[in-house]
Write a protein that binds this ligand. Sequence first.
Ligand code: HPA
Ligand code: ZN
Length: 336
Amino acid sequence: MSTLEDRIAFAHRLPKAELHLHIEGSLEPDLMFRLAQRNKVDIPFGSVEEIRAAYDFSNLQDFLDIYYQGMNVLRTDEDFFDLTMAYLNRVRADNVRHVEIFFDPQGHTERGVQFDTAISGILTAFKLAKAQFGVTTKLIMCFLRHLPEEDAFKTLKQAERWLDHLTGVGLDSSEVGHPPSKFERVFAAARERGLKVVAHAGEEGPPEYVREALDLLKIDRLDHGNRALEDEGLVARLRDEAMTLTVCPLSNQKLCVVDDMGAHPIKRMLDLGLKATVNSDDPAYFGGYVMDNFRAVIEALDLSQDDIRTLARNSIEGSFLSDGEKRAHLSAIDRA
Ligand code: HPA
Ligand code: ZN
């Protein structure tokens, strides 16, 4: 068995994709401060240290309250551009070669920032990052599940003229009490428009929500999915359907979805034949980017080189890249 440092270096070297990243959750405290000043927005923090000290959560809702407050500094397309560029530059250092990014349009439109402002800033950064250092990107817009389905339909309408630039729709925010069934119709409408569909399920919600995401939303990929492990039949189904799970270890630790990293289920998922991947979710809030997440699970669960290679392969196979693009990344992984 190679040393821990060797295995971390191996994980670093492999080409990887990140499939579960909320761009608003990559807003680092220093950029939050700068944007607050630039836009003359009041924030309830006096320093970067005070912001970091506030990031102490005991569940998903604690985090969401601060996450929606933080995004209030994002006002102009330049702000969304700066946010997205900072993230893409950061993950480049982790050898992340492809990213599928979530954004929360309703988190912006409900405070008077136009859908077009947010998406155009993000897409300008995508174009520049591709030209500057070759990273490929896809964009997924999430519906906020604590809001009515009717609002999600309005958001889908605002997205109509951007459909060529959108890969899919997702479902995020407060899970418990807002099951996938609430969004069955709007997901059907998204699928009719040729969009891929993904959903957060089984982060705090029960296995039944994962079943609804499969049966009613007809998801192409499952975000989190931790609690699916409580149901053997569901595990068998996820394995048989080769469903990709976008797992977020440091997020799970910060939001108390797991007791500690030693109890994280990602190794068990791999051993059960599930297509788990490693992702950062909201890196500015949860203490790290993709490689920080790899490091945490490699260390706590003593992952082998084979486990690490499988996780990297799963990230490419579970992406929405074309078969040809996947093959190129997979052969680079196999050569490493
Ligand atoms: N879960 C649900 N909603 C979210 C998350 C998450 O981990 N991050 C940003 N919005
Ligand atoms: Zn998430």
